[in-house]
Design a protein around this ligand. Structure first.
Ligand code: FEO
Length: 395
Protein backbone atom coordinates (compact mmCIF):
# COMPACT_ATOMS: atom_id res chain seq x y z
CA UNK A 1 0.00 0.00 0.00
CA UNK A 2 1.20 3.48 -0.75
CA UNK A 3 -0.20 6.99 -0.91
CA UNK A 4 1.13 9.37 -3.57
CA UNK A 5 2.53 12.57 -2.06
CA UNK A 6 4.00 14.45 -5.02
CA UNK A 7 5.67 13.41 -8.28
CA UNK A 8 8.03 10.56 -7.37
CA UNK A 9 7.44 10.73 -3.64
CA UNK A 10 5.05 8.30 -2.01
CA UNK A 11 4.05 7.54 1.56
CA UNK A 12 4.82 3.93 2.52
CA UNK A 13 4.26 4.07 6.29
CA UNK A 14 1.77 2.49 8.66
CA UNK A 15 -1.57 3.83 9.87
CA UNK A 16 -1.99 2.56 13.42
CA UNK A 17 -5.71 2.91 14.06
CA UNK A 18 -5.69 0.95 17.31
CA UNK A 19 -2.87 2.72 19.13
CA UNK A 20 -4.21 4.07 22.43
CA UNK A 21 -0.99 4.79 24.31
CA UNK A 22 2.42 5.99 23.14
CA UNK A 23 5.74 6.29 24.97
CA UNK A 24 4.63 3.42 27.19
CA UNK A 25 1.64 4.84 29.03
CA UNK A 26 2.82 8.46 28.94
CA UNK A 27 0.86 9.80 25.98
CA UNK A 28 -2.75 9.00 25.09
CA UNK A 29 -3.36 8.53 21.39
CA UNK A 30 -7.13 8.59 21.35
CA UNK A 31 -7.22 9.05 17.60
CA UNK A 32 -4.51 6.47 16.88
CA UNK A 33 -1.36 7.51 15.06
CA UNK A 34 0.69 6.97 11.93
CA UNK A 35 4.36 6.21 11.39
CA UNK A 36 5.18 7.99 8.18
CA UNK A 37 7.84 6.63 5.90
CA UNK A 38 8.47 8.06 2.46
CA UNK A 39 9.90 6.48 -0.66
CA UNK A 40 11.57 8.75 -3.21
CA UNK A 41 12.26 7.21 -6.61
CA UNK A 42 14.47 9.44 -8.71
CA UNK A 43 17.74 8.28 -10.30
CA UNK A 44 18.51 7.28 -6.75
CA UNK A 45 15.89 5.51 -4.68
CA UNK A 46 15.71 6.69 -1.11
CA UNK A 47 13.68 5.71 1.92
CA UNK A 48 13.02 8.35 4.58
CA UNK A 49 12.47 6.78 8.02
CA UNK A 50 10.65 3.53 8.80
CA UNK A 51 7.93 2.50 11.28
CA UNK A 52 7.48 1.23 14.82
CA UNK A 53 9.00 -2.16 15.58
CA UNK A 54 5.80 -4.27 15.84
CA UNK A 55 5.08 -3.44 12.20
CA UNK A 56 8.61 -4.04 10.92
CA UNK A 57 8.00 -7.21 8.90
CA UNK A 58 4.73 -5.91 7.48
CA UNK A 59 6.45 -2.66 6.53
CA UNK A 60 9.37 -4.31 4.74
CA UNK A 61 7.06 -6.76 2.95
CA UNK A 62 4.99 -3.83 1.77
CA UNK A 63 8.09 -1.90 0.73
CA UNK A 64 9.16 -4.84 -1.41
CA UNK A 65 5.86 -4.53 -3.28
CA UNK A 66 6.80 -0.93 -4.04
CA UNK A 67 10.43 -1.48 -4.98
CA UNK A 68 12.84 -4.44 -4.96
CA UNK A 69 15.08 -3.92 -1.95
CA UNK A 70 18.22 -4.22 -4.05
CA UNK A 71 17.10 -1.12 -5.94
CA UNK A 72 17.09 1.02 -2.81
CA UNK A 73 20.19 3.22 -2.72
CA UNK A 74 20.05 4.39 0.87
CA UNK A 75 17.95 5.16 3.90
CA UNK A 76 17.70 8.48 5.68
CA UNK A 77 17.09 7.99 9.41
CA UNK A 78 15.92 11.40 10.57
CA UNK A 79 15.60 10.23 14.18
CA UNK A 80 16.58 7.20 16.20
CA UNK A 81 13.46 6.74 18.32
CA UNK A 82 11.95 3.30 17.86
CA UNK A 83 8.68 4.49 16.31
CA UNK A 84 10.69 5.54 13.24
CA UNK A 85 13.72 3.29 13.38
CA UNK A 86 11.87 0.14 14.45
CA UNK A 87 12.03 -1.52 11.04
CA UNK A 88 15.70 -0.77 10.37
CA UNK A 89 16.79 -4.07 11.86
CA UNK A 90 14.48 -6.02 9.58
CA UNK A 91 15.34 -3.94 6.53
CA UNK A 92 19.08 -4.18 7.12
CA UNK A 93 18.80 -7.89 7.80
CA UNK A 94 17.54 -8.21 4.23
CA UNK A 95 19.93 -5.55 2.82
CA UNK A 96 22.92 -5.45 5.22
CA UNK A 97 25.03 -3.22 2.97
CA UNK A 98 22.49 -0.39 2.75
CA UNK A 99 23.87 3.02 3.78
CA UNK A 100 22.01 4.76 6.60
CA UNK A 101 22.33 8.56 6.50
CA UNK A 102 21.82 10.21 9.87
CA UNK A 103 23.35 12.65 12.35
CA UNK A 104 26.31 11.74 14.54
CA UNK A 105 23.96 11.69 17.52
CA UNK A 106 21.68 9.28 15.67
CA UNK A 107 24.59 6.88 15.19
CA UNK A 108 24.91 6.87 18.99
CA UNK A 109 21.20 6.39 19.62
CA UNK A 110 20.76 3.73 16.93
CA UNK A 111 23.82 1.80 18.11
CA UNK A 112 22.62 2.18 21.69
CA UNK A 113 19.24 0.72 20.88
CA UNK A 114 19.98 -1.90 18.23
CA UNK A 115 23.67 -2.68 18.74
CA UNK A 116 24.04 -3.09 14.96
CA UNK A 117 27.22 -2.52 13.01
CA UNK A 118 25.42 -0.75 10.19
CA UNK A 119 26.75 1.21 7.24
CA UNK A 120 26.27 4.65 8.81
CA UNK A 121 26.93 7.82 6.81
CA UNK A 122 27.03 10.81 9.11
CA UNK A 123 25.57 14.12 7.90
CA UNK A 124 25.19 17.60 9.37
CA UNK A 125 23.29 20.78 8.57
CA UNK A 126 23.88 21.95 5.02
CA UNK A 127 25.16 18.62 3.72
CA UNK A 128 23.36 17.44 0.60
CA UNK A 129 23.18 14.45 -1.71
CA UNK A 130 22.37 14.54 -5.40
CA UNK A 131 19.63 12.02 -6.15
CA UNK A 132 19.43 12.73 -9.86
CA UNK A 133 16.86 14.36 -12.15
CA UNK A 134 18.09 17.72 -10.88
CA UNK A 135 17.04 17.00 -7.28
CA UNK A 136 18.97 16.97 -4.04
CA UNK A 137 18.37 16.04 -0.47
CA UNK A 138 19.53 18.72 1.97
CA UNK A 139 19.95 17.84 5.65
CA UNK A 140 19.12 20.10 8.59
CA UNK A 141 19.94 19.00 12.12
CA UNK A 142 16.97 19.55 14.44
CA UNK A 143 18.78 19.04 17.72
CA UNK A 144 16.37 18.74 20.67
CA UNK A 145 13.32 18.74 18.44
CA UNK A 146 12.89 16.56 20.25
CA UNK A 147 15.99 14.35 20.67
CA UNK A 148 19.65 15.29 20.25
CA UNK A 149 19.69 13.11 17.12
CA UNK A 150 16.68 14.64 15.35
CA UNK A 151 17.06 15.86 11.79
CA UNK A 152 14.92 17.12 8.92
CA UNK A 153 15.54 16.37 5.26
CA UNK A 154 14.55 18.71 2.45
CA UNK A 155 13.92 17.57 -1.11
CA UNK A 156 14.71 20.24 -3.70
CA UNK A 157 12.60 20.47 -6.82
CA UNK A 158 9.53 19.08 -5.04
CA UNK A 159 10.13 21.45 -2.12
CA UNK A 160 9.20 18.94 0.54
CA UNK A 161 10.48 19.23 4.09
CA UNK A 162 10.52 15.82 5.79
CA UNK A 163 10.42 17.24 9.30
CA UNK A 164 10.22 14.03 11.32
CA UNK A 165 8.50 14.56 14.71
CA UNK A 166 8.33 18.35 14.39
CA UNK A 167 4.92 19.51 13.11
CA UNK A 168 3.45 16.02 13.62
CA UNK A 169 0.36 14.82 15.43
CA UNK A 170 -0.80 11.47 16.74
CA UNK A 171 -3.73 11.29 14.38
CA UNK A 172 -4.70 8.34 12.20
CA UNK A 173 -6.47 9.39 9.01
CA UNK A 174 -7.35 7.45 5.91
CA UNK A 175 -6.34 10.34 3.68
CA UNK A 176 -3.41 11.82 5.56
CA UNK A 177 -3.38 15.37 4.20
CA UNK A 178 -4.19 18.43 6.23
CA UNK A 179 -6.87 19.67 3.83
CA UNK A 180 -8.79 16.38 3.98
CA UNK A 181 -9.30 16.00 7.72
CA UNK A 182 -11.50 17.62 10.35
CA UNK A 183 -9.72 20.91 11.14
CA UNK A 184 -10.73 21.00 14.80
CA UNK A 185 -9.41 17.49 15.36
CA UNK A 186 -6.20 18.37 13.57
CA UNK A 187 -5.66 21.51 15.65
CA UNK A 188 -6.47 19.68 18.85
CA UNK A 189 -3.99 16.86 18.11
CA UNK A 190 -1.31 19.32 16.97
CA UNK A 191 -1.46 21.45 20.11
CA UNK A 192 -1.64 18.37 22.35
CA UNK A 193 1.49 17.02 20.62
CA UNK A 194 3.35 20.30 21.08
CA UNK A 195 2.20 20.77 24.68
CA UNK A 196 3.11 17.26 25.80
CA UNK A 197 6.24 16.58 23.78
CA UNK A 198 7.87 19.81 22.67
CA UNK A 199 7.20 22.28 25.50
CA UNK A 200 10.49 21.58 27.33
CA UNK A 201 12.35 22.37 24.11
CA UNK A 202 10.50 25.58 23.21
CA UNK A 203 13.74 27.55 23.47
CA UNK A 204 15.13 25.57 20.55
CA UNK A 205 11.97 25.77 18.42
CA UNK A 206 12.04 29.46 17.61
CA UNK A 207 15.77 29.45 16.83
CA UNK A 208 15.43 26.37 14.65
CA UNK A 209 12.52 27.82 12.68
CA UNK A 210 14.59 30.95 12.03
CA UNK A 211 17.51 28.80 10.92
CA UNK A 212 15.37 26.74 8.53
CA UNK A 213 13.62 29.79 7.05
CA UNK A 214 17.01 31.53 6.63
CA UNK A 215 18.02 28.77 4.22
CA UNK A 216 15.44 30.32 1.85
CA UNK A 217 14.18 26.96 0.73
CA UNK A 218 10.69 27.15 -0.75
CA UNK A 219 8.41 24.83 1.22
CA UNK A 220 5.40 23.42 -0.65
CA UNK A 221 4.87 20.44 1.65
CA UNK A 222 5.79 19.60 5.22
CA UNK A 223 5.79 15.85 5.62
CA UNK A 224 6.20 14.90 9.30
CA UNK A 225 6.67 11.42 10.68
CA UNK A 226 3.29 11.29 12.46
CA UNK A 227 -0.16 12.25 11.31
CA UNK A 228 -1.15 14.28 8.32
CA UNK A 229 1.03 15.85 5.65
CA UNK A 230 0.76 19.64 5.51
CA UNK A 231 0.23 20.47 1.83
CA UNK A 232 -2.42 23.21 2.09
CA UNK A 233 -0.71 26.34 3.46
CA UNK A 234 2.02 24.25 5.10
CA UNK A 235 3.55 27.22 6.88
CA UNK A 236 0.44 27.56 9.05
CA UNK A 237 1.84 24.91 11.40
CA UNK A 238 5.23 26.67 11.44
CA UNK A 239 3.49 29.88 12.53
CA UNK A 240 1.63 27.96 15.24
CA UNK A 241 4.91 26.52 16.50
CA UNK A 242 6.30 30.04 16.68
CA UNK A 243 3.33 31.11 18.83
CA UNK A 244 3.49 28.03 21.02
CA UNK A 245 7.22 28.34 21.56
CA UNK A 246 6.91 31.83 23.07
CA UNK A 247 5.70 30.99 26.60
CA UNK A 248 2.25 30.43 25.13
CA UNK A 249 -0.88 31.27 27.06
CA UNK A 250 -4.50 32.20 26.45
CA UNK A 251 -6.91 34.01 28.75
CA UNK A 252 -7.71 30.76 30.51
CA UNK A 253 -7.45 29.42 34.04
CA UNK A 254 -7.37 25.67 34.63
CA UNK A 255 -8.59 24.28 37.95
CA UNK A 256 -7.07 20.82 38.34
CA UNK A 257 -8.22 18.83 41.34
CA UNK A 258 -8.73 15.45 42.85
CA UNK A 259 -11.21 14.65 45.59
CA UNK A 260 -11.97 11.84 48.06
CA UNK A 261 -15.32 12.77 49.66
CA UNK A 262 -16.32 15.73 47.48
CA UNK A 263 -14.90 18.45 49.74
CA UNK A 264 -12.06 19.47 47.40
CA UNK A 265 -14.46 19.13 44.45
CA UNK A 266 -16.82 21.62 46.15
CA UNK A 267 -13.87 23.98 46.60
CA UNK A 268 -12.96 23.64 42.90
CA UNK A 269 -16.50 24.37 41.75
CA UNK A 270 -16.83 27.33 44.14
CA UNK A 271 -13.51 28.85 43.06
CA UNK A 272 -14.65 28.50 39.41
CA UNK A 273 -17.91 30.30 40.30
CA UNK A 274 -15.93 33.09 41.92
CA UNK A 275 -13.84 33.56 38.77
CA UNK A 276 -17.04 33.69 36.70
CA UNK A 277 -18.68 36.13 39.15
CA UNK A 278 -15.67 38.42 38.91
CA UNK A 279 -16.86 39.48 35.47
CA UNK A 280 -13.55 38.57 33.84
CA UNK A 281 -13.77 37.13 30.34
CA UNK A 282 -11.36 34.41 31.33
CA UNK A 283 -12.29 30.89 30.27
CA UNK A 284 -12.26 28.54 33.26
CA UNK A 285 -11.87 24.79 32.95
CA UNK A 286 -12.45 22.46 35.90
CA UNK A 287 -10.68 19.14 35.56
CA UNK A 288 -10.95 16.11 37.82
CA UNK A 289 -7.46 14.68 37.52
CA UNK A 290 -8.47 11.13 38.40
CA UNK A 291 -11.14 11.05 35.67
CA UNK A 292 -9.55 13.09 32.90
CA UNK A 293 -6.98 12.11 30.30
CA UNK A 294 -3.69 13.35 31.78
CA UNK A 295 -2.40 14.60 28.44
CA UNK A 296 -5.58 16.64 27.86
CA UNK A 297 -5.08 18.09 31.35
CA UNK A 298 -1.48 18.97 30.51
CA UNK A 299 -2.60 20.58 27.24
CA UNK A 300 -5.02 22.72 29.26
CA UNK A 301 -2.14 23.79 31.51
CA UNK A 302 -0.17 24.72 28.38
CA UNK A 303 -3.05 26.93 27.17
CA UNK A 304 -3.72 28.61 30.54
CA UNK A 305 -2.24 31.75 32.06
CA UNK A 306 -2.78 30.36 35.56
CA UNK A 307 -3.58 27.06 37.18
CA UNK A 308 -5.09 26.08 40.51
CA UNK A 309 -4.19 22.65 41.79
CA UNK A 310 -6.28 21.05 44.53
CA UNK A 311 -5.98 17.85 46.49
CA UNK A 312 -7.22 16.59 49.81
CA UNK A 313 -4.51 15.48 52.19
CA UNK A 314 -4.12 11.70 52.14
CA UNK A 315 -1.55 10.13 54.39
CA UNK A 316 0.93 12.97 54.62
CA UNK A 317 0.70 14.02 50.98
CA UNK A 318 -1.47 14.45 47.92
CA UNK A 319 -3.48 11.97 45.87
CA UNK A 320 -1.84 9.77 43.26
CA UNK A 321 -3.48 11.64 40.37
CA UNK A 322 -2.36 15.02 41.76
CA UNK A 323 1.23 13.86 42.23
CA UNK A 324 1.21 12.43 38.70
CA UNK A 325 0.17 15.66 37.03
CA UNK A 326 2.54 17.76 39.18
CA UNK A 327 5.43 15.56 38.10
CA UNK A 328 4.41 15.95 34.46
CA UNK A 329 3.99 19.71 34.88
CA UNK A 330 7.44 20.05 36.45
CA UNK A 331 9.00 18.12 33.58
CA UNK A 332 7.46 20.45 31.00
CA UNK A 333 9.23 23.54 32.42
CA UNK A 334 6.35 25.89 31.65
CA UNK A 335 7.25 29.56 31.79
CA UNK A 336 5.38 32.76 32.63
CA UNK A 337 2.42 31.09 34.35
CA UNK A 338 0.85 31.68 37.76
CA UNK A 339 -0.51 29.14 40.18
CA UNK A 340 -2.09 28.47 43.56
CA UNK A 341 -3.06 25.42 45.61
CA UNK A 342 -6.17 24.41 47.51
CA UNK A 343 -7.61 21.40 49.28
CA UNK A 344 -9.60 19.97 52.18
CA UNK A 345 -8.13 18.17 55.15
CA UNK A 346 -9.25 16.55 58.38
CA UNK A 347 -6.25 16.96 60.70
CA UNK A 348 -2.62 17.43 59.60
CA UNK A 349 -3.35 18.97 56.15
CA UNK A 350 -0.01 18.81 54.35
CA UNK A 351 -1.40 18.81 50.79
CA UNK A 352 -1.70 22.54 50.11
CA UNK A 353 1.83 23.40 51.26
CA UNK A 354 3.17 20.44 49.34
CA UNK A 355 1.40 21.44 46.12
CA UNK A 356 2.53 25.08 46.52
CA UNK A 357 6.11 24.02 46.95
CA UNK A 358 5.91 21.68 43.94
CA UNK A 359 4.41 24.41 41.76
CA UNK A 360 7.11 26.86 42.79
CA UNK A 361 9.78 24.28 42.03
CA UNK A 362 8.14 23.79 38.62
CA UNK A 363 8.67 27.48 37.82
CA UNK A 364 5.20 28.89 38.48
CA UNK A 365 4.70 32.24 40.22
CA UNK A 366 2.58 31.55 43.30
CA UNK A 367 -0.36 33.94 43.58
CA UNK A 368 -0.84 33.27 47.30
CA UNK A 369 -0.19 30.67 50.01
CA UNK A 370 -3.13 28.58 48.89
CA UNK A 371 -6.47 27.81 50.46
CA UNK A 372 -7.02 25.07 53.03
CA UNK A 373 -10.38 23.97 54.36
CA UNK A 374 -10.87 21.86 57.48
CA UNK A 375 -13.38 19.04 56.83
CA UNK A 376 -16.08 19.68 54.23
CA UNK A 377 -16.80 23.26 53.14
CA UNK A 378 -19.81 24.89 54.87
CA UNK A 379 -21.58 27.97 53.50
CA UNK A 380 -18.89 30.27 54.85
CA UNK A 381 -16.17 28.19 53.26
CA UNK A 382 -18.01 28.13 49.94
CA UNK A 383 -18.26 31.91 50.12
CA UNK A 384 -14.55 32.13 50.93
CA UNK A 385 -13.74 29.94 47.92
CA UNK A 386 -15.76 32.26 45.66
CA UNK A 387 -13.89 35.26 47.02
CA UNK A 388 -10.63 33.36 46.48
CA UNK A 389 -11.72 32.83 42.86
CA UNK A 390 -12.41 36.53 42.44
CA UNK A 391 -8.94 37.46 43.66
CA UNK A 392 -7.44 34.93 41.24
CA UNK A 393 -9.42 36.34 38.32
CA UNK A 394 -8.34 39.92 39.03
CA UNK A 395 -4.85 39.66 40.47
FE1 FEO B 1 10.58 10.97 18.70
FE2 FEO B 1 8.00 9.96 16.81
O1 FEO B 1 9.58 9.76 17.76
Amino acid sequence: MHIPVKNNVRWVGKIDWELQRFHGDEYSTNRGSTYNSYLITEEKNVLIDTVWKPYAAEFVDNLQQEIPLDKLDFIVANHGEVDHSGALNELLRRRPDMPVYCTANAVKSLKGQYHGDWNFKTVKTGDSIDIGNGKKLVFVEMKMLHWPDSMATYLTGDNILFSNDAFGQHYAANKPFNDLVDQEELFSESIKYYANILTPFSGFVDRKIDEVLALNLPIDIIAPSHGVIWRDNPLQIVEKYREWAKDYQEDRIAILYDTMWEGTRTMADSIAEGIRESGANTTVTVINLAKTDKNDALTEVFRSKAILVGSPTIGRGVTHATAGILEMIEGMQFKNKKAAAFGCYGWSGEAVAKISSWLEKAGFELMNDGMKNLWNPDDNAVHACREFGKTIATP
